[in-house]
Write a protein that binds this ligand. Structure first.
Ligand code: A3P
Length: 273
């Protein structure tokens, strides 16, 4: 009921439509949204920002993330109670309404592999990977498609480069310091007081998995599996059959966006000497 009552001010522009949709009271001019298509590395970036803000002489748990970089769908009251410098995790595409955006992207083929395991763990989908990529994606459409995400982020970057930082999951794996420094600078954090080596160590895949094993996570409590599943780039090459790839590449928009983001389309063959 309250939600419908809030529709009235939203309709007249008194609260912003993204705030209405996310069920928070308002979006502040200094808010930073941590935005991604699901399974693109959002949680990893939330840990990175959290350790950069809170320091590395402690362990930040999955549950702690909800009070440092809270999720828009679950921690609305907490978000509303914070007055400034908020970091908010979301998957929803309101590029124009978000003041600042850290946009995380990942090779769509690896996203699909990760999403498949995620949905299987939650029992949202049961079946083979081949069936998933053909029939399993309709559950996610309230977040838009991967294509909607990437097109929106690229358009936002072109229109207003200062408000969005594009973070690639693969670059973060490859050159943590360079990418983490960009995140810190974008967030106006005091980089002289950040120990980037320690942040890298504390947020490494192995450390996050151990952290989850020791302290738990909502995902683990519900599914008895690790949220920190594999944490690699290029795993799609071992999962997609030729038929699966042919199916995916029928969508020329996906092909175009993969190319635009510099993800090679073909599986590089291992040269045996
Ligand atoms: P995999 O399922 O491929 O392992 P999101 O947080 O956006 O849902 O993304 C989840 C993906 O990020 C999962 O991918 C997860 O394992 C991976 N991930 C989480 N923490 C990570 C870390 N510290 N380093 C690398 N990948 C990480």
């Amino acid at each position: 009921m309250m939600q419908y009552l809030r529709l009235i001010p939203a309709k007249f522009g008194l609260i912003n439509k993204a705030a209405f949709h996310l069920q928070i009271k308002r979006i502040n001019p200094d808010d930073t949204f941590i935005l991604s298509y699901p399974k693109s590395g959002n949680t990893w970036v939330r840990f990175i920002i959290s350790y950069m803000i809170k320091g590395t002489d402690q362990t930040i748990t999955f549950d702690d993330l909800e009070t440092i970089v809270p999720e828009a769908y679950r921690s609305q009251d907490f978000i509303d109670s914070q007055k400034s410098n908020r970091f908010i995790k979301t998957h929803d595409l309101f590029f124009d309404d978000y003041p600042y955006i850290i946009y995380i992207y990942r090779d769509y083929r690896d996203v699909l592999v990760s999403l498949y395991h995620f949905q299987m763990a939650w029992n949202i989908f049961t079946g083979s990977f081949a069936q998933f990529i053909r029939h399993g994606l309709k559950n996610l459409h309230n977040h838009g498609t991967w294509q909607d995400h990437i097109k929106g982020a690229l358009a936002c970057k072109e229109k207003n480069p200062g408000k969005i930082l594009m973070v690639s999951y693969e670059k973060l794996l490859d050159d943590f310091y360079t990418e983490a420094l960009k995140i810190a600078q974008f967030c106006h954090l005091d980089i002289d007081n950040i120990d980037f080596d320690m942040v890298e160590q504390k947020t490494s895949f192995d450390e996050i998995k151990e952290n989850e094993n020791e302290n738990g996570s909502r995902f683990m409590r519900k599914t008895k599996q690790n949220f920190a599943r594999e944490g690699k780039a290029g795993v799609w090459k071992d999962v997609f059959t030729k038929d699966d790839l042919d199916y995916l590449y029928q969508d020329q928009e996906i092909v175009g966006l993969l190319k635009k983001l510099n993800y090679p389309l073909v599986q590089e063959k291992t040269v045996v000497i």
